[in-house]
Write a protein that binds this ligand. Structure first.
Ligand SMILES: [Zn+2]
Length: 248
């Protein structure tokens, strides 16, 4: 149920794309440090465009922690889901403090599909020290990441982690629903599952920032949107496409 938050950066490509977007909608100059915090405002106009990443439904063991979704950094002992519900660590939905995505308990071999049209920007193995496993071993984690462009010009990454087999390579242009991989138990993981994570490119941070594809539905403020290293989450699932969040 664990994964390191391992940001993917493709800055040359992104700067190029930001230039194109800037020219189209008359934003700030190309290649600079960003537009000074207006990325949240832009995100508000994103049209939901994600389809389901897998068929059927599976229980979820970890939810996105809006109270600082940075694993091994956030250790305050509780999580906050997109409905603002707080859970103490150790109960279903909150086994991992600072969880940066959603964990569904897919059996190994389940087909994983791209949530939208896009370009494969990573497909392979990442090696890193996993402090969540006994002895903090170096793990070989298989991972696929696809970059998408939303209707408002925002850039998103969808990330499929702990996979078993990979069906795509970097540079492939994929369609929504196209098979990317099969789920597995590779890397910083203790049982077969899919860690699904989404990032939005933040011009003001000049970085990919993890976001919750379920948005933020509570009446209170989203602490991740208020955090200096955070950003707002907006709903990204098309109608009827959001995988259910039935706790394990
Ligand atoms: Zn996870």
């Amino acid at each position: 149920m664990f994964i390191i938050n391992w940001p993917y950066l493709s800055r040359n490509k992104i700067v190029k794309k930001i230039c194109i977007v800037s020219a189209l909608i008359l934003l700030s100059a190309c290649g600079g440090g960003g537009s000074g915090g207006d990325d949240d405002e832009a995100a508000g106009s994103a049209v939901p465009f994600f389809d389901k990443p897998f068929d059927a439904n599976f229980p979820v063991s970890n939810l996105f922690d809006h109270d600082v979704p940075l694993q091994f950094v956030d250790i305050n002992g509780y999580t906050v889901d997109h409905n603002g519900i707080q859970r103490n660590i150790g109960v279903p939905g909150a086994y991992v403090d600072g969880h940066s995505g959603h964990d569904w308990l897919l059996p190994t071999g389940t087909a994983l599909k791209s949530v939208a049209d896009g370009e494969v920007v990573f497909a392979g193995i990442e090696m890193f020290v996993c402090p969540a496993l006994p002895g903090s071993p170096v793990v070989n984690q298989k991972d696929v990441r696809v970059e998408h462009t939303a209707s408002n010009g925002d850039f998103y990454l969808s990330r499929y982690t702990h996979v078993d087999t990979i069906a795509v390579t970097v540079g492939d242009m994929v369609n929504s629903g196209q098979n990317l991989a099969t789920s597995g138990n590779t890397g910083c993981s203790t049982a077969p599952h899919l860690h699904f994570q989404v990032y939005r490119w933040s011009p003001s941070h000049n970085a990919w920032i993890t976001v919750d594809p379920y948005g933020w539905a509570a009446a209170t403020q989203d602490s991740w949107a208020q955090h200096p290293n955070g950003t707002a989450s907006v709903p990204l699932w098309k109608a009827g496409q959001a995988p259910t969040l039935v706790l394990q």
